[in-house]
Design a protein around this ligand. Structure first.
Ligand code: BJ8
Length: 425
């Protein structure tokens, strides 16, 4: 039975016509990029279901939770600690930033040379097509790159419940202190919003749930080192993307089951691509739903993506939070310790990231790295240049790509990617 979600979307204040257009576009892309592929693991049916209901059942769940008194928090960055949100029995959702929408309107507010990810956040808000954004009781922005930091000044006018978190730029003792202060302030804001006092036990539970989600993503990534690879890079990216929307416990259970299936596939030597297909490590800016352009081009060109050095990927779940501590403040310090290891390019210096890319290449036995930056993203574009030099010096293969969310450069990118795959094959 098909459920009519129109009244729910109307109540949220969505522009129904524009929203229908978005869902149609998303459905067609999903059919073409995911559903038309052969030999996907059976467990991907769960992800297909989640995606088919991403603006339907999941939003209904959030609204039901709100009616029961829980709060929904929207975020744009992996620095927003889910541990604290879950400790207050609130729900954290990642906000849509993976597609162009209402660009003409957006460019009346932001300069054209702003990265697509930031413009996308504004486009979804201006055109009222994101039910997650409209359902959120608090939207958290963070002072990371200059583009985000400055654009939040404008976003505040569109989103009155925007909360901006300050983040350090350097991993010094002062930086650590700043992060601790900001996480303390965030904890108080979440307590105030939810009316829930965050106790030691609650915070431990938040840490455990978040760590379990990270552990299952770590398990998935280890399985991708097999030859033949049991799951495509596109499906693995989708799993990472869905981890930002789905209920954490349900997600963890479903992906663990999928990993059981992948283990069977490995034993039976069933791959999505033939053995010895060239392996690519993707590195760079995060890819939010429905940004599937580059992995789709890579996998259509005869290679497989085996890992993502990205916030929607290993950078987002590489580190666990130690649940060590007998007071809320001690646990907060453990949370700071964990997030302080995230090697986003907004930090200076940020040598850990280059080391991690090299390590990931070895672990996943990647034949080459494709570095993906969004146009106008200075932090990632600048980091990609010395990274390319050093990886080349070590005999590695490296391709730097700068792109946006439009499809205008697809032909040109395809040619470059195919040429690169030919070199590494
Ligand atoms: S921790 S990567 S999620 S900030 S692409 S908006 S950097 S100009 S997204 Fe990010 Fe948090 Fe860092 Fe991760 Fe700016 Fe670049 Fe745009 Fe970017």
């Amino acid at each position: 039975m098909t459920v009519d979600y129109q009244p729910m979307w109307q109540e949220l204040g969505l522009d129904l016509q524009a929203h229908d257009g978005l869902l149609q576009g998303l459905g067609a892309a999903y059919q073409d990029i995911f559903l038309s592929r052969k030999n996907r693991p059976r467990g991907m049916a769960y992800l297909d279901f989640v995606m088919s209901e991403v603006h339907g059942l999941r939003i209904k769940e959030l609204l039901d939770a709100k009616k029961a008194g829980r709060k929904v928090i929207g975020a744009f960055c992996v620095f927003v600690p889910e541990e604290i949100v879950l400790a207050a029995d609130a729900i954290l959702v990642g906000l849509c930033t993976g597609a162009d929408f209402a660009m003409e309107e957006v460019e009346k507010i932001l300069p054209r040379n702003t990265c697509s990810l930031i413009k996308s956040a504004f486009g979804f808000k201006l055109s009222k097509v994101c039910p997650f954004l409209e359902a959120a009781d608090m939207v958290v922005g963070e002072n990371t790159c200059d583009g985000k930091k400055k654009s939040y000044e404008q976003l505040r006018e569109l989103i009155p419940n925007l909360y901006v978190m300050d983040l350090p730029q350097q991993k010094t003792e002062d930086g650590r202190h700043l992060l601790l202060q900001e996480y303390r302030r965030f904890l108080r804001a979440i307590e105030k919003l939810s009316g829930v006092e965050i106790t030691v036990d609650r915070l431990r539970r938040g840490i455990e749930l978040t760590n379990n989600k990270r552990r299952v993503l770590q398990r998935l990534s280890r399985l991708r080192t097999a030859n033949p690879v049991p799951i495509s890079g596109l499906d693995a990216l989708l799993i990472n993307q869905v981890s930002f929307y789905d209920d954490p416990q349900r997600f963890t259970e479903s992906i663990n089951k999928l990993c059981d299936e992948l283990e069977e596939r490995i034993q039976q030597k069933i791959g999505v691509f033939p053995a010895d297909t060239p392996k690519i490590l993707l590195s760079g800016c995060p890819m939010a739903v429905p940004n599937w352009k580059i992995p789709s081009l890579i996998e259509r060109s005869g290679a497989v993506v085996v890992g993502e050095e990205s916030c929607v990927g290993e950078r987002g779940w590489r580190n666990l939070t130690a649940a060590a501590g007998n007071t809320v403040d001690e646990l907060l310090e453990a949370i700071v310790e964990r997030y302080f290891q995230v090697d986003c390019a907004v930090f200076t210096p940020n040598s850990d990231r280059e080391r991690h890319v090299a390590e990931m290449c070895r672990e996943y036995q990647a034949d080459g790295v494709i570095h993906y930056s969004l146009q106008f993203c200075q932090p990632y574009i600048i980091e990609s240049m010395p990274m390319e030099r050093r990886l080349n010096d070590q005999g590695g293969n490296f391709l730097r790509i700068e792109t946006d969310y439009s499809m205008e450069d697809v032909g040109q990118l395809q040619t470059r990617i195919e040429a690169f795959i030919e070199i590494i094959s």
